[in-house]
Design a protein around this ligand. Structure first.
Ligand code: PEP
Ligand code: MG
Length: 820
C-alpha cells in the first residue's frame, strides 16, 4: 500500500473544519488520511485551537509520506507552530505548515494526495490553490495570463511529434469545473507518461494534466477545444481513458451537476447492508376520523358490531401469523392477546351500554386510555408497547369504519420512507417493489431491523427529521453499509454505488476467507430459522455460528414442544449438511418478552431476568429445548451455546441441567452426542473479565458484541438517543474482546464473534488483529467480509492492533481504519 500524504485541518470552529473535510472528501473516491484539530473543550466558549490537539491530529494521519497542516487564522497558526515543537524531530521534519486558504487548500491537498503525489508536490500545489479562483474571477488577470501564455506559446512546439494527442471540444455548459477536473487529474496520475492539456480556444499554455491548479487555470469553458498530449509508453492508453472520462463526465449534463447534488447526503445509522437507488415512497397510515359526540344509538347493535370487528381482527392476525416469519409472528401473537383480553372487552362494553357511545367511539376511548397508561410507565421498553396497542386498536377501528388497512405493498418501485417502522408493519414488506428503507428514528440492533436484514433489504435508520423534507418520488440512493443517503444523486454517485454493489455481489466467488499471508477464517451465519439457513448458504456461509432460537418461542402463544423444536433444528441441520450448526438456547427478556411466560414487568429489563437467567428460573422450558437439541446432535454436527452468562455459577448450573437431560435420555434409550461441544456467549462485561475461569468450563466462546457494547458503555441498544454510544468500535469494547480472546487461547479454546461488529467489513482488520478465530455474520454481509479478509495481511493487522487499542474513541478507531 502506498502511503498518502496526510492532511490536518486546524480551525477555531469544529463545524467549519468538518464542513471543509466534507467538501474536500467529495473531490475523490480515494480515501485520503484527514484529521481535524478544531475547537476546544469548553462548552461555554467552544471556539479555539489547541496545540496538543493539533499534535494528536498530526500523529493520527502521520506516515513516512508526511503531513500537510492547513490552518484558519490567528492562534491557529501559533498553535500549529507550537504543535511542531512537541513532535519528535524525525516526524517534525516530515510535516509542512501551509499558508494556503483553508477551503481551497484542503481541496487541492486532498486531490493531490489522492493521486499519490509526494509531500513537496502536495505542498506546492496547495500553496497555489488560490490561483484558479483568481484566474476565474479576475478578467484582467485572465487577459494578462492569456497574453503571457500566447507569448510563451509562440515559442512552444506543441505537440511534439512523438507525442500521442487528441482534440476534444467541451460541450457542457459548466465547462471543466472542479469535480471533473479532480477526476481528470486522478486519472492522469495513474499513467507514467507526461500528459499535457492545452486550451486551444484561449490559446493557453500547455500544462500538466497531473496538477489540479494548472488544470483549473486553463479556465476551460463550454465550446473550448482542448488538446491532450501524452508522451510515454502508456500514452495512448492514457489518452483513451482521459477522453472517455471527459466525454462521460462533461458531455452528459446530468453527470456534471453542480456541487449541491453531492452535498445533499444525509447520514444515519447503517442497519441492513446493500445499495438501493429508487424514488422515495412515503409511508404514513391515514388517520381515522371517529366522532366522539354521543348520538342516539342502539346499544345492542353497537355491541354486536364491536364484537364482530374484534373477531374479524383476530382472524386477520391469525392469518398473518401463519404467513409470517417467526420474528413477526411474535408481534401478532402479542396483538392477539390484547384482543382476547376479556377485561378490556368488558370495559368497551360498558362504554357502549353505560355511556351510550357508538362501537367505534367506545373502542377508540378504550384504546386511548390504554395508550395513555402505557405511556405513563417509567420503563422505556414498556412505554414503547403503546405503539402495539395503537396498532391493534387501529386494526379494529378500520374494520368498524370499513376503511382498508394500510398496506406497505408499493405500487411502484421505491425506497420506503417512514418515521419509524414497527416489526408488524415490517411484516407487510412482501413487495419486491421495496428496494430500500429509511427511517427518521430507530436503532441498528432493534429487532425490526433484523427482519430487513433477513429480507436482504438495505436499510438506514435514525436519519432524523431532515429525512421528512425530501419530497415524495424524489430519486434517492442509499448505502445500507455506510448509512449514507443521497437525494437526487448524480449519475457519478449512482455509478459508484452500483459498482460497489456489483463488486460485493461478485464476492460470493470466494469460497474461503484466507488472508494474503495464508490465515483462514471460517465465516458462518447468524440466522433465525430454516428460510434464512438456505439464504445463508447461498451467500457463502460455512455453517451457522448463531441460531437465535427465541424466535421459535416468540412466534406462538404457547411454548414450542420438544417435537416442534426437533423438527425445526433438523430442517436447518439438513440444509447445513457437514457444516456446524450452533444453537443458542432461549434468550428472552430484555427487548424480547414472551407473553405466555407471564414475566413480571421489570424496571430495567436489559438488566433483569434475561437469557440464561430466565432459563434457570424456568428449567422446565430449558430442559425441553435441551432434549430437542441433544436428540438432534446424534445425527448432525450441532454445538450448544448459552446466552448472557455473567458468572461461573450460571454456566455450571446450565451444564448441570444438560447432564440431567442426558441422563434422562439415556434412561429412555434415546441417542445423543455425548461429546456435544458446549459454549457460551460473552456479552456481559463480568464474563469477559472472568473469561479465564469461564474458559475452563466450556469448549468455545462467542462474543455477542451487541450486548457487550451496550453493557460496557451503559447505553441501551434500542434507545436511538444513545445508540451511537453503544458502539462496538469503542476501544473499551475492543480491549475487552482482546482480553477474552487471550483467556480463551490460553485455555486452548476457540473464540468467535457473532455480534453485529463481525458483519462490518471495516472491522475486519481489527478482528484479525485481535486474533478472533471465526466470524458469524448476517448472511448478506458474508461476501463482503470474505473479500475484506482476502485483502488483509494477518501479520500487518497484528502489528497495528496495539495502536488501535490506544485510540480514545470509536470515532478515532473508524477514522484510523479509513486510512487502512
Ligand atoms: C449480541 O448480543 O451480540 C448477540 C449476537 O445476541 P443478540 O443480538 O441476539 O442479543
Ligand atoms: Mg445478545
Amino acid at each position: 500500500m502506498i502511503n498518502k500524504v496526510g492532511i490536518v485541518i486546524v480551525s477555531h470552529s469544529a463545524k467549519l473544519a468538518s464542513g471543509v473535510e466534507e467538501l474536500a472528501r467529495q473531490m475523490t473516491q480515494v480515501l485520503v488520511p484527514i484529521a481535524l484539530a478544531a475547537g476546544i473543550d469548553d462548552p461555554e466558549n467552544p471556539l479555539g485551537t489547541d496545540a496538543m490537539r493539533i499534535k494528536a491530529a498530526i500523529e493520527s494521519v502521520y506516515s513516512e509520506a508526511g503531513v500537510i497542516v492547513l490552518m484558519d487564522l490567528g492562534s491557529a497558526v501559533m498553535n500549529a507552530e507550537m504543535a511542531l515543537e512537541f513532535l519528535p524531530e524525525n516526524t517534525r521534519n516530515n510535516v509542512r505548515l501551509c499558508e494556503a486558504p483553508l477551503v481551497e487548500g484542503a481541496i487541492v491537498a486532498v486531490i493531490e494526495s489522492a493521486s499519490d503525489a509526494n509531500l513537496e508536490r502536495v505542498l506546492a500545489s496547495t500553496r497555489d490553490a488560490l490561483s484558479a479562483k483568481i484566474s476565474q474571477l479576475n478578467a484582467n488577470v485572465r487577459c494578462i495570463k492569456e497574453q503571457e501564455y500566447s507569448l510563451i506559446n509562440n515559442q512552444d512546439t506543441i505537440p511534439k511529434s512523438t507525442a500521442h494527442s487528441r482534440r476534444i471540444t467541451i460541450v457542457n455548459p459548466n465547462g471543466l469545473h472542479l469535480r471533473p477536473a479532480a477526476n481528470l487529474v486522478a486519472t492522469a496520475a495513474r499513467f507514467q507518461s507526461e500528459i499535457k492539456l492545452q486550451n486551444l480556444t484561449t490559446r493557453g499554455k500547455p500544462c500538466s494534466a497531473k496538477s489540479i491548479n494548472q488544470v483549473m487555470l486553463l479556465g476551460v469553458r463550454q465550446g473550448d477545444e482542448l488538446l491532450i498530449t501524452a508522451e510515454g509508453e502508456d500514452g495512448e492508453e492514457a489518452l483513451a481513458d482521459l477522453q472517455k472520462l471527459i466525454q462521460e463526465q462533461l458531455d452528459n449534463p446530468s453527470s456534471s451537476a453542480p456541487y449541491s447534488s453531492f452535498l445533499t447526503a444525509l447520514e444515519g445509522i447503517p442497519a441492513s447492508p446493500g445499495i438501493a437507488i429508487a424514488p422515495a415512497f412515503f409511508y404514513k397510515s391515514a388517520p381515522l376520523e371517529i366522532a366522539d359526540e354521543k348520538i342516539q344509538i342502539d346499544e345492542q347493535l353497537e355491541w354486536q358490531k364491536l364484537q364482530q370487528a374484534i373477531q374479524k381482527a383476530i382472524e386477520q392476525l391469525e392469518n398473518l401469523s401463519r404467513s409470517s416469519t417467526y420474528e413477526v409472528n411474535s408481534v401478532f401473537a402479542a396483538h392477539l392477546l390484547y384482543l382476547k383480553d376479556l377485561e378490556l372487552i368488558e370495559r368497551s362494553r360498558t362504554f357502549i351500554f353505560e355511556q351510550a357511545l357508538s362501537a367505534p367511539a367506545a373502542w377508540k376511548k378504550l384504546i386511548e386510555e390504554l395508550i395513555a397508561s402505557y405511556q405513563a410507565l417509567p420503563d422505556s421498553y414498556l412505554r414503547a408497547r403503546a405503539a402495539d396497542v395503537e396498532d391493534v386498536g387501529l386494526r379494529v377501528l378500520r374494520l368498524l369504519s370499513g376503511v382498508d388497512s394500510p398496506t406497505l405493498n408499493l405500487t411502484r418501485t421505491g425506497i420506503l420512507i417512514a418515521v419509524d417502522l414497527s416489526i408488524s408493519e415490517m411484516a407487510q414488506l412482501n413487495s419486491g417493489n421495496i428496494k430500500g428503507i429509511c427511517t427518521v428514528e430507530g436503532s441498528a440492533t432493534a429487532h425490526s431491523v433484523l427482519l430487513a436484514n433477513q429480507l436482504g433489504i438495505p436499510m438506514v435508520v435514525g436519519l432524523g427529521q431532515k429525512l421528512l423534507s425530501i419530497a415524495d418520488n424524489t430519486e434517492l440512493a442509499i448505502d445500507g453499509t455506510t448509512g449514507e443517503i443521497w437525494s437526487e444523486p448524480s449519475e457519478e454517485i449512482c455509478q459508484n454505488l452500483r459498482s460497489k454493489d456489483s463488486i460485493s455481489q461478485s464476492k460470493t466467488i470466494f469460497t474461503e476467507a484466507i488472508t494474503l499471508d495464508g490465515q483462514t477464517i471460517p465465516i458462518l451465519a447468524n440466522i433465525g430459522g430454516s428460510v434464512n439457513a438456505r439464504h445463508a448458504l447461498e451467500c457463502g456461509a460455512q455453517g451457522v455460528g448463531l441460531l437465535r432460537t427465541e424466535l421459535l418461542y416468540l412466534s406462538s402463544s404457547t411454548p414450542p414442544t420438544e417435537e416442534e423444536q426437533l423438527k425445526t433444528i433438523e430442517e436447518i441441520a439438513v440444509i447445513m449438511g457437514d457444516y456446524p450448526l450452533t444453537i443458542r438456547t432461549l434468550d428472552i427478556g430484555g427487548d424480547k418478552p414472551v407473553s405466555y411466560l407471564n414475566l413480571p414487568p421489570e424496571d430495567n429489563p436489559f438488566l433483569g431476568v434475561r437469557g440464561i437467567r430466565q432459563s434457570l428460573v424456568r428449567p422446565d422450558i430449558l430442559k425441553t429445548q435441551l432434549r430437542a437439541i441433544l436428540r438432534a446432535s446424534l445425527k448432525y454436527k450441532i454445538k450448544l451455546m448459552f446466552p448472557m452468562i455473567s458468572s461461573v455459577q450460571e454456566i455450571r448450573a446450565a451444564k448441570q441441567l444438560v447432564l440431567q437431560v442426558q441422563m434422562e435420555l439415556k434412561a429412555q434409550g434415546i441417542g445423543f452426542n455425548q461429546a456435544i461441544p458446549i459454549g457460551i456467549m460473552i456479552e456481559v462485561p463480568s464474563a469477559a473479565i472472568m473469561a479465564d475461569q469461564l474458559a475452563a468450563e466450556v469448549d468455545f466462546f462467542s462474543l455477542g458484541t451487541n450486548d457487550l457494547a451496550q453493557y460496557i458503555m451503559a447505553a441501551d441498544r434500542t434507545n436511538t438517543q444513545v445508540a451511537a454510544l453503544s458502539d462496538a468500535f469503542e476501544p473499551a469494547v475492543l480491549r475487552m474482546i482482546q482480553q477474552t480472546v487471550k483467556a480463551a487461547h490460553n485455555a486452548g479454546i476457540r473464540v468467535g464473534i457473532c455480534g453485529q461488529l463481525a458483519s462490518e467489513p471495516k472491522a475486519v482488520p481489527i478482528l484479525l488483529g485481535l486474533l478472533v478465530d471465526e466470524l458469524s455474520v448476517n448472511p448478506q454481509a458474508i461476501p463482503a467480509i470474505k473479500e475484506e479478509i482476502c485483502r488483509q495481511s494477518f501479520k500487518q493487522t497484528q502489528s497495528t492492533i496495539d495502536v488501535i487499542l490506544q485510540l480514545d474513541s470509536a470515532a478515532a478507531v473508524k477514522d484510523y481504519l479509513l486510512n487502512w
